[in-house]
Write a protein of this length. Structure first.
Length: 100
């Protein structure tokens, strides 16, 4: 079962080899306000077949789902790559330990 989502936002590589800020450098995609009815229908079928009920949210758009995932402010690959990966891994480890 899925217990949590930890988004990792990766900025663009700058001229000096470091990574830019995901939000300020415009890396976040412009997701459409489109509902995925066919995908949602398949999800409902699967959940029903497994006896897991229904999705927590209904009739979401691609943009609203992306915004919800990014609202968790998981981790950022920004600046020096090695240091950034170490920070993200530490944060993921802390999140996983809190779920156990």
């Amino acid at each position: 079962m899925l217990n949590g989502i930890f988004p990792v936002m990766v900025g663009d590589v700058t001229d000096n080899g470091e990574y830019s800020n995901y939000f300020t450098s415009g890396c976040k995609p412009s997701a459409p306000h489109v509902s995925l009815n066919e995908l949602e229908s398949k999800l409902r079928e699967h959940l029903d077949r497994e006896g897991l009920g229904y999705p927590y949210k209904d009739a979401e758009t691609v943009r609203s789902i992306l915004d919800f995932i990014l609202s968790n402010q998981g981790g950022f690959i920004e600046g020096d790559l090695i240091a950034a990966v170490e920070r993200v891994c530490s944060s993921v480890r802390a999140m996983v330990c809190s779920l156990i």
